[in-house]
Write a protein that binds this ligand. Sequence first.
Ligand SMILES: [Mg+2]
Length: 219
Amino acid sequence: MADPTTSGGYPLAEPGLWVEQVGSRVFAAGSPALFLDRDGTINVDTGYPDDPAEMVLRADIAEVIAAANRAGIPVIIVTNQSGIARGYFGWGDFAAVNGRVLELLRADSAFVDMVLACAYHEAGSGPLAAADHPMRKPNPGMLLEAASRLRLDLRRSLIVGDKEADMEAGQRAGLSQGWLVDGQAAVGPGFTIRPWCDRADFDGLLAAIAALGAVSGAS
Ligand SMILES: [Mg+2]
């Protein structure tokens, strides 16, 4: 198993934080973004996935990402990867798995602009051992880091995830709405959770993304 704390040429901002700009698309300051959880949202969650060959995209997710591409807004993956802190796999395995996910998306004409991954977890050891690390969802650190780097308008940004922790991270980052895979609608202070369960939910998500492009003036 690879040493999880070795940078090895990987885009590690710190031992437990991967921040990778993908591609060369440039976005105007003040753009909203589409944030996406990865496991269980983009790819079928196989439980601490560490084998690129096992990666399968969830239905319709490529179309959601392609809609954001058309709207001209950045697409940003924010993923907890505690399997690294737990010693199940290393950053090299993450790189292979994540590269495969991006490859599958590209094959469906869907493009990701930035990837952030947090390896910190209280069950870890060494530099990755951290209880309640600010970068680990439900804390908003990864979203705030992306916003700082891309000068995003978080209020107008959207998040799609399959866990309450994804929604909480979005709410605490200052977003106003998120879509919860197989979840239930909920309205909280300044933040609305919308379910993504059926075709109507999916159409609503696509419409919300398209509306962001219209406001941003993207062609
Ligand atoms: Mg997930």
